[in-house]
Design a protein around this ligand. Sequence first.
Ligand code: SF4
Length: 125
Amino acid sequence: MKAIITCVVCPVSCPVEVEYHEHEILSIDRNQCKLALEYVRNEMFDPRRTVTTSVEVEGGAMPLVSVKTDRSIPKTQVAAAMKAICTVRVKPPVRTGDVIVANLLGTGANVVATRDVDPAATGAG
Ligand code: SF4
């Protein structure tokens, strides 16, 4: 069987022609470098994505904190991951690198903060 997979390892974005049988790649063509092979193999047989989103901060100087998974997770679990993350609320202070959700959906990936959020100013004084 044949497929065309756009390699996104670099901005060239080669349209790689792939010939495959079941879980084996027989040949690739139109790639400008050898990095395409591993990318195409992963994308076809074990596609993964890093999840980036934001989480509500209760009483924070900012209403949301940006977060991401510290490793990629199976693409098939991204929708469930987004649903799980959107139920999470955190309290400030939040620091870059803080683990917001450990072992997201059993994937082994942690959801970590990618910025700092301090508590809201009280306005007193
Ligand atoms: S095949 Fe090589 S040159 Fe082409 S997009 Fe992938 S990494 Fe870039």
